[in-house]
Design a protein around this ligand. Structure first.
Ligand code: 0O2
Length: 270
């Protein structure tokens, strides 16, 4: 197969990965903008290397003309969550979307792999627009917690190092580490509500400060500058109290003043 042919085969997959990263990052941002906890912490993606594709085809006896049907992970997206509970939420978000259709799932949380690997995998159909028209592709989405990702990353490197012949003492250590990761995820889940509350408050504070500062800036352009200086001093005083309720109250009052001048916060770029 010509190098040019590989490039044109992989090109739509690159587009799919880029589009999907944008879409999942947008989900994170939408949650943050609305003072909501985001079940997605991070998203990344990759195109499988030609050598990995060839290796998989050889291992699974896949003929060249069946490559795009049978190598389901040419495009791969990895979604990292903070808590195990978030994995189901993310899978739910994906299944409700009109632009992604779930083909199959592999639940390595319920059925932990022999290696100790845990993750939730989905194969989805996703359509990209190319110069030759729409192209429906398969994309593998791996959803896992930060702790699961830590383990999988280390284990993947060791697998590469030992090329399928891992010494038993390393396998044992990895198996112990996998058990520790299960306990860690459970411990974190038990304090999930407290962690989420803390994170929500911090996000809410940063959104309030952003809106207040936009209001102050807009008012500065439209009303009495000396009055706005006083408002700014009052904002700094309230901010230093570290009291979210006071900050919310100040925000509401400032909003009413800004409304009078048609200077309400409408842009979100601070
Ligand atoms: P990459 O892109 O380097 O990560 P296969 O397991 O490949 O024969 P299948 O059915 O496609 O066949 O695989 P599966 O089980 O859905 O797993 C696909 C991907 O999950 C792998 O991609 C890994 O990323 C990850 N994975 C699966 N099992 C393990 C494991 O035991 N340890 C780690 N660290 N990751 C695992 P690839 O193909 O390895 O390529």
């Amino acid at each position: 197969m010509e190098i040019q042919l590989w490039r044109s085969i992989l090109c739509p997959y690159e587009l799919a990965v880029r589009e999907l990263i944008v879409k999942f990052e947008h989900i994170i941002n939408e949650h943050k903008q609305n003072d909501l906890y985001s079940p997605i912490e991070q998203v990344s993606g990759r195109i499988k290397s030609v050598s990995s594709i060839l290796e998989k085809m050889q291992r699974k006896n896949i003929p060249m003309d069946r490559m795009e049907e049978e190598v389901e992970d040419i495009a791969g997206i990895r979604i990292i969550c903070q808590f195990e509970e978030d994995i189901d939420t993310v899978a739910g978000i994906i299944s409700n979307r009109a632009d992604m259709t779930i083909k199959s799932e592999k639940n390595y949380l319920k059925h932990i792999k022999q290696s100790g690997y845990r993750s939730y995998h989905l194969i989805i159909y996703y359509t990209v627009e190319t110069i030759n028209g729409p192209k429906k592709l398969q994309v593998e989405i791996q959803i896992r917690t930060m702790a699961m990702n830590f383990w999988a990353t280390i284990e993947h490197s060791l697998q590469y190092k030992y090329k399928g012949d891992m010494p038993s003492h390393v396998t044992e250590r990895l198996s112990k580490a996998a058990d520790a990761i299960i306990s860690l995820d459970h411990e974190m889940s038990s304090v999930r509500n407290e962690i989420m509350d803390a994170q929500n408050s911090s996000q809410m504070q940063s959104n309030l400060v952003r809106d207040i500062l936009i209001n102050i800036e807009n008012l500065y352009k439209l009303s009495n500058k000396r009055e706005v200086m006083k408002i700014q001093d009052e904002f700094l005083r309230v901010f230093r109290t570290k009291d979210l309720q006071q900050l919310e109250r100040f925000h509401r009052q400032l909003d009413i003043i800004a409304e009078g001048y048609r200077a309400q916060a409408v842009q979100h770029n601070i």
